[in-house]
Design a protein around this ligand. Structure first.
Ligand SMILES: Cc1ncc(COP(=O)(O)O)c(C=O)c1O
Length: 387
């Protein structure tokens, strides 16, 4: 979770700085009024530097980040894009919105893309793969990158939950060609609403920068109202106040992830010996963001009992088992693109993913955790699994 737990004086000071320099809220131009204050630009540079990405573009949401990434790659009708069946609707909305054909693959015990199932779904029309680091645990990036290389596909990492994590020392979001991030209110760092797209390649970054800003090239040789353009685009810009908050939150990100990992470990240590519990698989060398602790139990009935007991103990669950309808493609009957691709039968579309998700329990992890939480989680799970 929770940059939001730490929103405070530092964010306020950054916002006040915008007003102290003339109060220009737009990211471009107005140079005479802003007295050198460029918060979004500074945030992009600081973020790219922090995660080791050569080019970073701030946008207005994590959903916009995905849409901008696909646009910059020229992905559209006739192309296929593969992502995983367990993700937030935003990942597939961006694919649908691009006009490309949406393909969802199964997950396995990491709760992320299963490389074997991914390979089966690659066709001559596949252009890109979007791997999601769901609930903060890295996808199996070495295998997925290798598959993308072998089949000539672009790898996009949806790093909405993985901001601040790494795999084998390389930041999540920088393994692939493009990484997308969300700074909505529930993420490891937040700007209220906001997102970032990071790129290995300068030419793709330039296309994205223009596309997210109506095609503006922000040509320094001409004023903005006479700006040059090579394509049309849209408006997915970030505003200065979000950039200001982002600068303050970025400084807190390492501390957020360290605290979440410690708190996740305290809960896990308290429950790991309870019979019938298996923690989610984590790839070797993962420094996950520990946004949630995901546990597998024997069956759906027991997962529901765990939820009941956790709620009765004044605790919460996160997404699993109760809210998976927003996060599992097998339930998205409101998306004709997906329903038609599976002959109208979504219920049987992703059997391996469904079998895992139905018997999973996910516990939210925060920065500030009351010392009583691990013991209360233990009591609740013991009660639920006793029978
Ligand atoms: C996996 C994933 N991708 C993308 C998004 C979209 O981010 P935003 O809410 O910033 O649009 C989310 C939001 O929760 C997400 O969980």
């Amino acid at each position: 979770m929770p940059g939001y737990e730490l929103v405070g004086q530092e964010e306020l000071a950054e916002i006040q700085d915008v007003f102290a320099h003339g109060g220009v809220l737009f990211r471009h131009g107005f140079d005479a009024l802003r007295n050198g204050c460029y918060k979004v630009r500074d945030f992009e540079q600081a973020f790219g530097h922090a995660i080791g990405a050569p080019h970073a573009l701030a946008v207005c949401s994590g959903t916009a980040a995905l849409r901008v990434a696909l646009a910059a790659l020229g992905i559209g009708p006739g192309d296929e894009v593969i992502t995983q069946s367990f993700t937030f609707v935003a990942t597939v909305e961006a694919i649908i919105e691009s006009g490309a054909t949406l393909v969802c693959a199964e997950i396995y015990t990491t709760f992320n893309l299963d490389p074997a199932d991914l390979e089966k779904r690659i066709t001559p029309r596949t252009r890109a793969v979007i791997a999601v680091h769901m609930l903060g645990t890295p996808a199996r990036l070495p295998e997925i990158s290798e598959l993308c290389r072998k089949h000539g596909l672009v790898l996009i990492e949806d790093t909405a939950w993985g901001c601040g994590g790494n795999l084998q020392g390389t930041s999540l979001g920088t393994w692939g060609d493009i990484g997308t991030f969300s700074f909505d209110f529930a993420k490891t760092m937040t700007t209220g609403e906001g997102g970032m797209v990071v790129f290995k390649d300068r030419a793709t970054y330039e296309k994205a920068a223009a596309w997210h800003d109506h095609g503006h090239e922000n040509n320094p040789k001409v004023p903005r109202w006479e700006d040059t353009r090579a394509s049309s685009g849209f408006n997915f810009r970030m505003m200065e106040l979000q950039g200001a908050v982002g600068l303050a939150q970025l400084k807190k990100l390492p501390g957020v992830v360290t605290a979440q990992r410690a708190n996740r470990d305290r809960i896990l240590d308290a429950v790991r010996d309870i019979p019938g519990i298996t923690p989610r698989t984590v790839p070797d060398g993962a420094y996950d963001t520990a946004d949630a602790l995901v546990l597998l139990v024997f069956d759906k009935q027991r997962a529901l009992r765990c939820r009941e007991q956790l709620l009765a103990g004044g605790l919460a669950t996160k997404i699993l088992p109760e809210a998976y309808t927003w996060h599992f493609a097998g339930t998205w009957s409101h998306m004709p693109e997906l329903v038609n691709a599976h002959g109208g039968d979504l219920a049987n579309a992703f059997p391996a993913s469904r079998a895992l998700l139905e018997r999973a329990v996910s516990l939210p992890v925060g920065v500030r955790m009351d010392d009583s939480v691990p013991g209360r989680v233990r009591t609740a799970l013991q009660k639920a699994l006793a029978a």
